[in-house]
Design a protein around this ligand. Structure first.
Ligand code: GLA
Length: 355
């Protein structure tokens, strides 16, 4: 199926946006802290044309599903919630969106911690911007996309994924201060590249653990008398909190400090150590890892040529990212996949795309 087969006409606009991996700064965004994601080569593409009736029509090639939507309908809780949310919010910002046909294709894995929903939101918004000549810059698109996710898709996320989909590229890491939204491109440590492996374990808990952690962080910040955990630098300060808030806050404060350290150019060895420490604390203090993912992370960390490895994304399953010696990336990937298989799992290399 292509656009023409589904809608009987040709598209007038096409736009796309990438998925992302996060190298450091997990769960810090909703604590107004710091993050360092980078874009991955996998992208979501939308093609758009005007609809000939009064309804919007959204088709997903992955789900082979067509959904019709008009202005009075409530937003369905499916893949289209992200698109409907974007359309509604663009209209709320004062720009009329005429009825459209929209065709989505994507190779960003879903529910794997790689921000597939943000890629869809940003691709949609870029498409609308192109179609309607909207005067919205890339930062504004990220902000609208985040609102689409929180208000229409029911996931109370931070802004990292949408900023990464809108502003990151695959050649650099994007340091973001999620409070001020200031950002800076950083170089990868010398002679390294990233390896991303799909653990084959999708997020297991929907948003429930995520929302619970978010609430725990907010309570911890309140007890400590700060606006957000971002405002705590001294990791000793969290020791007065009751459990489990102490562990949760310990993770966030230490994670923010790791990102701040990684803001200055670091040798690969140190960057890798920070990634390893991030995973350990995410697993033990934040308790958002997953057994299969821990196995894959351990395999990667023990493979020569790997500087560091960790779970990336929201957690409770997902993909792993490792920082590796560029020259050895193919052999490291093959060895890690083989060991993961011996441990009883199936993994897939996502980055670099062809190993
Ligand atoms: C999800 C959310 C992000 C961020 C990460 C965890 O991807 O969408 O805002 O909180 O989890 O770092």
């Amino acid at each position: 199926m292509n656009f023409q087969r589904v809608f009987g006409t040709l598209p007038t606009t096409q736009a796309s946006a990438p998925g992302r991996v996060n190298l450091l700064g997990e769960h810090t965004d909703y604590n107004e802290g710091f993050v360092i994601p980078t874009a991955i080569p996998q992208r979501t593409t939308v093609q758009i044309g005007l609809s000939s009736d009064h309804k919007h029509h959204f088709y997903s090639a992955e789900f082979d599903e067509l959904i019709n939507f008009s202005d009075d309908d409530t937003v369905p809780q499916k893949f289209v919630s992200y698109i409907c949310g974007c359309v509604r919010l663009v209209e709320k910002a004062g720009y009329k969106v005429p009825p459209i046909n929209l065709y989505i294709s994507s190779n960003v894995p879903i529910a794997m911690g790689l921000a597939s929903s943000a890629a869809l939101e940003i691709a949609t918004l870029r498409g609308l911007r192109g179609l309607l000549n909207l005067p919205l810059d890339d930062l504004r698109l990220a902000q609208i996309a985040q609102q689409a996710e929180t208000r229409y898709a029911g996931f109370n996320c931070g802004i990292m994924d949408q900023m990464a989909a809108s502003l990151a590229d695959t050649n650099s890491m994007l340091f973001i201060d999620t409070r001020s939204l200031n950002r800076r491109r950083l170089r990868f440590p010398k002679a390294t590249e990233i390896l991303v492996i799909d653990s084959d374990e999708t997020h297991k808990t929907g948003g429930s653990h995520y929302h619970q952690r978010r609430a725990e962080c907010e309570t911890a910040a309140q007890i400590l008398g700060v606006k957000a955990l971002r405002d705590i630098e001294d990791s000793q300060a969290v020791e007065i909190l009751p459990q489990p808030l102490r562990k949760r806050a310990r993770y966030i404060v230490s994670e923010n400090n790791r990102v701040i350290e990684a803001f200055k150019p670091l040798p690969a060895e140190r960057f890798g150590q920070l990634m390893n420490a991030s995973h350990t604390s995410l697993r033990d203090d934040y308790e958002l890892s997953w057994p299969a993912v821990d196995t894959l992370v351990r395999i990667l960390q023990e493979t020569p040529g790997v500087f560091g490895a960790r779970l990336t994304g929201g957690g409770s399953g997902g993909a792993c990212v490792a920082l590796v010696e560029s020259e050895k990336v193919s052999s490291i990937a093959l060895d890690a996949i083989a060991s993961y298989q011996r441990a009883g799992y199936t993994g897939r290399v996502l980055v670099p795309p062809v190993v």
